[in-house]
Write a protein that binds this ligand. Structure first.
Ligand code: PRP
Length: 177
C-alpha cells in the first residue's frame, strides 16, 4: 500500500448533505417517540453516529456495541462474534443500529438478532455506505447514505489497517499498490 492521499469518492460536502437528509427523515419518522436509542457499531460508526445524532430533532440516547468477524475479513466466512454488548436496557425502546458500511451484510443481520434479543419495541438500521454487489444475505437498511462499488474505502470512520479513519471524506485506496 502506498502513502498517497486517498482519492476522493464521496466529498465532505456530499456526506454532510446526505447526513442532514437522513437526520431529517429519521426525525420525521420518529416524531413523538421519546425513547429512541441509537446503537453505534464500533469502531467504524463513531463519526457517522456523532454527526447523525447531533442533527436529530427528537430525543435520543446513545449506546455502543462491538463485534468481530472470524477469520480473514476479505474472505468473510460470515461468522460474527459479540465483543461488547450495549450497557443500557433496551426493553420496550426503539433501537436504531448505526453502521458505517454494509458489505456482505452478515454483521448487520447478526446485530439485528442481538438487538431483538433485548426485546425492544422496534429495530431499524442506518448505514452510511453499502457495497450492494457484495451482499451475501438479505438485510434491510432503513436509512442508507450511499451505494458504492466494490472498492476499499477509508475515511469518515472507515479504516484500512486502522489508518485513515478520521479523513473528513470517503476515499478509495488500492491495498495492493
Ligand atoms: C466493518 C463495518 C461492519 C462490517 C460490515 O467493520 O463496520 O461492522 O465490517 O461487513 P459485513 O457486511 O461483510 O459483515 P470492521 O470489521 O471493518 O471493523 P471496524 O468497524 O472496527 O473497522
Amino acid at each position: 500500500m502506498n502513502d498517497a492521499t486517498p482519492e476522493v469518492l464521496i466529498s465532505e460536502d456530499d456526506i454532510q448533505s446526505r447526513v442532514a437528509e437522513l437526520a431529517a427523515q429519521i426525525s420525521s419518522d420518529y416524531e413523538g417517540c421519546s425513547d429512541l436509542v441509537m446503537v453505534g457499531v464500533l469502531k467504524g460508526s463513531f463519526i457517522f453516529l456523532a454527526d447523525l445524532s447531533r442533527r436529530l430533532e427528537i430525543p435520543r440516547t446513545i449506546e455502543f456495541i462491538a463485534v468481530s468477524s472470524y477469520g480473514n475479513k476479505a474472505l468473510s466466512s460470515g461468522a460474527v462474534r459479540l465483543v461488547m454488548d450495549v450497557r443500557g436496557d433496551l426493553d420496550g425502546k426503539h433501537v436504531l443500529i448505526v453502521e458505517d458500511i454494509v458489505d456482505t451484510g452478515h454483521t448487520l443481520k447478526y446485530l439485528i438478532g442481538i438487538m431483538k434479543s433485548h426485546r425492544p419495541a422496534s429495530v431499524k438500521t442506518a448505514a452510511l455506505v453499502r457495497k450492494a454487489d457484495r451482499a451475501e444475505v438479505d438485510v434491510t437498511i432503513d436509512y442508507l447514505g450511499f451505494d458504492i462499488g466494490d472498492e476499499w474505502v477509508v475515511g469518515y470512520g472507515l479504516d484500512f489497517a486502522e489508518q485513515n479513519r478520521t479523513l473528513p471524506y470517503i476515499g478509495v485506496i488500492k491495498p495492493d499498490d
